[in-house]
Design a protein around this ligand. Sequence first.
Ligand code: MN
Ligand code: FE
Length: 351
Amino acid sequence: MSSPVNDLLESNTGRIDARDKLLINCNQVDVNQLMPLKYHWAWEHYNNGCANHWMPTEVPMTKDIETWKSDKLTDDERLVIMRNLGFFATAESLVGNNLVLAIFRHVTNAECRQYLLRQAFEEAIHSHTFLYVVESLGLDEGEVFNMYREIPSIAAKDEFEMELTAEVLDPDFSTSTFEGCQALLKNLIGFYLIMEGIFFYSGFVMVLSFHRRNLMTGIGEQFQYILRDETIHLNFGLDLINGIKAENPELWTEQFQQEMIDRVRKSVELEIDYAKDCLPNGVMGLNGDLFREYVQYVADRRLERIGLPAQYGSSNPFPWMSETMDLAKEKNFFETRVTEYQSGAALSWDD
Ligand code: MN
Ligand code: FE
């Protein structure tokens, strides 16, 4: 007699051998079983993500509110802040939605799914950050959260990403074909390498430049935590992309490689347009030309990580960004933490 329990019992074809676990199209192994682990890098990224846990509401905004209400900031400086909030406020949701709706079901490895669940929560925390900033500074939420539809340079970046989500969400999409697998790989490169690895970085430079001048330090600190999270998202994504390449080398054709290089080159132009749009007159020693250098430098580093040739040979005009990233890594968040998370021992069941 067929029942769900009997089906489950009869599906027993022996225990999992870690060697059989595949990143995509794994039909022979039960994806409900985390152990035995095969891809230890996925588990490490998961643990690193958990070790970095933070909440935006733990960062005091008093000084930022004071600065925002004062005449310390020029109109150009306010534009930089607003355009950055406008991009990130919805970008985090685009990443979260792509993760949960498009990527998750096609990644068939349990330890990678464990990481994806953690990452999805981090994207929610990042979206929460922008809600918290908008509320703290008393900004117009409609203005900030609609910039991705109303500001052309932001819309262009987001459109470039949303097309990739739509492709995987098509009811006919499947990774059982060669084209389907390449489309999934293109989505992963589009979101991890381009969105989180290139499109986020001029924003990080701009906001952290304020922080270096001791202005808008609450937002600056939040961006440091986001940057720290994004570094892990990027590293996980690159490991996943390289892992899928290694499992399915036939996907990595000359033509596909060239398409990916072209997409990265296109994204560099979109990012430079966006940076110019944030800095029409140049502020704090920042201007469009420096961002051209920087975005090209970042894109070269990303391409190299997936085995594609650097395209530009530009040098890094913001060497302090690497120091900031190391500082964010080393920063002992627990020293300044105001909220203690409830541990098992602190939970009370009495009331
Ligand atoms: Mn994020
Ligand atoms: Fe992310």
